[in-house]
Design a binder for this molecule. Structure first.
Ligand code: SF4
Length: 257
């Protein structure tokens, strides 16, 4: 059977592939989700965040040096977490490939109640040698505009980061792995307040402040949302525009003028 992805086809009995970002789309706006997944409306693309991608690649390279060994990265030792070791698995690199999440041995699972195949791409996994369970790890990059206090997960928009972590913990458990309730966000904060010169003779070097934030997962929202998604996918009616969406207000104003 042909893989079921892109526009939802009610006649295709194969599991319908939805990435974690599509699930997040639904969470934010069922209308937007419906227009994309059911009606096939293509929304304007946004350019990639290349510097964030570069920090992800560099962090992974650093942790790869310790993957599957008995030693761990000095950063984790410094943070009192010498019992966490980058996790080795034959499919680990496949789990990091978000663009192909629906293929075999990737980071995906089929939810039986809805026949949805939910997946994504992990940044990292660390093995807790005390419990023999794994922790899901997500790298984040930013540059705080204020020099006050450490990075937290308190901002409203970081709710989507938490849901991403919840979903990845859920997926890996569905795949049969013993996964800790605690996930870790490893934040790189481009330091714009440093006294260290940025530009040298030939190259510039940016300093990053690093923060490791443990996060206690909450998986209770996942299954109810998946059932809601299935209901909307099989509906003939597009849900209303979200009341809190600025674009929705903008479009409404245009249609009124
Ligand atoms: S404009 Fe806003 S409310 Fe309307 S579909 Fe798009 S995201 Fe949803």
């Amino acid at each position: 059977m042909v893989r079921h992805r892109g526009i939802f086809n009610p006649l295709n009995s194969e599991p319908y592939e939805l990435s974690r970002s599509r699930v997040e789309n639904f969470f934010k706006c069922p209308c937007c989700f419906y227009l994309i997944q059911v009606r096939g409306v293509e929304f304007p693309s946004i350019p990639g965040f290349n510097i964030n991608e570069a920090t992800d690649i560099l962090l992974k390279k650093d942790f790869d040096k310790y993957r599957g060994t008995k030693k761990t990265h000095p950063f984790l030792i410094e943070n009192g977490l010498e019992h966490l070791i980058p996790f080795h698995h034959e499919h680990f690199d496949l789990w990091t490939q978000s663009m192909h999440f629906g293929a075999k041995d990737r980071m995906n699972t089929i939810h039986k109640g809805t026949n949805l195949k939910i997946g994504g791409g992990l940044d990292d996994v660390w093995l807790n040698t005390k419990t023999d369970k794994i922790h899901i790890v997500d790298y984040k990059s930013t540059s705080q505009k204020s020099n006050k206090g450490p990075i937290t997960l308190d901002d409203y928009y970081k709710g989507s980061y938490k849901r991403q972590m919840d979903l990845y913990i859920w997926i890996m458990r569905q795949k049969g792995f013993a996964v800790e309730d605690i996930g870790y966000f490893l934040y790189c904060d481009g330091d714009r307040f440093t006294k260290t010169p940025f530009l040298g003779k030939e190259k510039a070097v940016m300093e990053f402040k690093m923060t490791l934030i443990p996060y206690q997962c909450d998986l209770r929202w996942i299954e109810p949302i998946l059932f809601q998604i299935k209901k909307v996918l099989t509906s003939q009616i597009c849900p209303p525009h979200s009341k809190s969406c600025e674009y929705g207000h903008f479009l409404k104003r245009i249609s009124e003028d």
